[in-house]
Ligand binder design. Structure first.
Ligand code: PRP
Ligand code: URA
Length: 209
């Protein structure tokens, strides 16, 4: 079964409270999404490998630790995943960024892929698939299946708010990935929206309400 990590950090909880508030405007909403993504990235990269390197400080030679091992890629699911990228790039500037475009059909709630552009060497990278919302789980499951088709083996999924229904589906369909969740909510409503949730993440990030 996939490993699920639900964030407990007070800063993450505080910022999620701000994005849930319907009175939070587009600018602050976008800033908070990026900052929460940065904090989730920080929390979920404790297992990155380090190697020792000899350097010289202005005072003396010394040994320091430096990241090594596999290179990283960030793959936002369009549109709303884009809002998470700046915060993650601030921590991992060398990560390449791929894009998978998906929207949910309003009636069937099935994801429809309309775009896919990935780094040429994506199969050699540890991949962070990112989307603020895990609702039915259809979009995340399909995006991850697409990455596996491209040969990716080490995949993490980062979201900010998850519904139990989507989390279960993602765990069952992709038991080999790590799932990092900012907050686990109560349920989906009959239109596939997360309750209490925050509404439509893409609309709130890009001001298209
Ligand atoms: C939202 C969200 C996820 C998807 C989650 O995107 O950003 O991609 O819904 O729902 P699911 O778990 O039921 O698949 P949406 O389809 O609204 O597209 P948008 O980001 O372009 O607005
Ligand atoms: N997509 C969103 O943006 N919000 C939800 O609550 C569900 C899917």
């Amino acid at each position: 079964m996939a490993n699920v990590f639900i964030m407990e950090h007070p800063l993450i909880k505080h910022k999620i409270g701000i994005i849930r508030d319907m009175n939070t405007g587009t600018k602050e909403f976008r800033e908070m999404i990026s900052e929460i993504a940065m904090l989730e990235t920080y929390e979920s990269t404790r297992d990155l490998k380090l190697e020792e390197v000899e350097i010289e400080t202005p005072m003396s030679p010394t040994t320091v630790e430096r990241l090594c091992g596999k290179k990283l890629a960030i793959v936002p699911i369009l549109r709303a995943g884009l809002g998470m990228v700046p915060g993650m790039q601030a921590l991992i500037p060398s990560a390449k960024v791929g894009h998978i475009g998906m929207y949910r059909d309003h009636d069937t709630l099935q994801p429809i892929e309309y775009y896919c552009k990935l780094p040429a060497d994506v199969e050699e990278r540890d991949v962070f698939v990112v989307d603020p919302m895990l609702a039915t789980g259809g979009s995340a499951c399909d995006a991850i299946a697409q990455l596996k088709k491209h040969g990716c083996k080490r995949i993490r999924f980062l979201c900010i708010i998850a519904a139990p229904e989507g989390l279960k589906k993602l765990q069952e369909e992709h038991p080999d990935i790590d799932i990092i969740v900012g907050a686990l909510d109560d349920h989906l409503n009959d239109k596939g929206y997360i309750v209490p949730g925050l509404g439509d993440a893409g609309d709130r990030i890009f001001g298209t309400m």
